[in-house]
Design a protein around this ligand. Structure first.
Ligand code: ZN
Ligand code: FE
Length: 258
């Protein structure tokens, strides 16, 4: 057994497409790795090789192409298996391992638990790891926001945010699917003009995003606002601040028009 820091799951943030996050989660000791939400193959494959990782798995939070299009090429290059919700049989390219609520996935010695969080899409899942703790939640919870309701209902998004993701330990690091934080907090500060924590967070995020690379592919960690934490979202995310399904639906509709 190594010391605690050795045992922590490492996360590499790979900027893909125009504002997507593809993640490499890996075990520092064994170099066993998984890629999460492979929007594109090449940027992920480059980092896998630079970090000397042994990619064993590809995890997809949901079937949208900006989270899965790179799966076949990465699987072909590495032999990794492709994990996603069971309802994606025949729809998600190359799917090999079908997941449901409570199933576990593995990255070397690190065990992740699958949470079903249908709302943005009905096949949406999150991957939660105790040792971090950290969660990969795709397009369900964003920093300062939530995903659009393409397939689910406000009830389901309330359930996903308040009853599932929102009940994870407060210090859980949240790795979501997109760098949308600045716009999300701009909207949040209009909905909650008197909330000091939101305005302070917006100012901090604007500072982080100032001078960001023109091409998102060139983004460095210094200009990334992800990960956030469950605690930070509880305080400043308008959809977690919404106390009822009706209020969440109202805020979601306002954001759709914003
Ligand atoms: Zn999506
Ligand atoms: Fe997306």
């Amino acid at each position: 057994m190594g010391n605690l820091s050795d045992m922590t799951l490492q996360v590499e943030r790979v900027p893909t497409l125009s504002d997507n996050y593809t993640y490499l989660a890996y075990c520092d000791q064994s170099k066993a790795a998984a890629v999460i939400d492979a929007a594109e193959a090449d940027p992920a494959l480059v980092r896998i090789s630079e970090l000397g990782l042994n990619l064993t798995s590809i995890f997809s939070t949901h079937h949208h192409l900006d989270h899965t299009a790179g799966n076949p090429d990465i699987a072909k290059a590495t032999g990794a298996l492709i994990y996603a919700h069971a309802d994606n049989r025949g729809r998600l390219p190359g799917l090999t391992n079908e997941l449901r609520e409570g199933d576990t996935v593995q990255i070397g010695p690190h065990i992740g638990r699958v949470l079903e969080i249908p709302a943005h899409t009905m096949d949406h899942i999150a991957f939660y790891f105790d040792d971090g703790p950290l969660v990969f939640c795709g397009d369900t919870m964003f920093a300062g926001g939530c995903g659009r309701l393409f397939e689910g209902t406000p009830e389901l998004m309330f359930e996903a945010l308040h009853k599932k993701l929102g009940t994870l330990p407060a210090d859980t690091r949240v790795y979501c699917g997109h760098e949308y934080t600045e716009a999300n907090l701009g909207f949040a500060s209009e909905i909650f003009p008197d909330n000091l924590e939101i305005s302070e967070r917006l100012a901090a995020v604007q500072e982080t995003r100032k001078g960001a690379a023109a091409d998102w592919h060139d983004a460095t960690p210094a200009e990334m606002t992800i990960p956030t934490t469950i605690e930070q979202e509880q305080k400043t995310n308008p959809f977690l601040l919404a106390p009822t399904v009706e209020e969440l639906a109202r805020v979601r509709a306002l954001k759709d028009e914003w």
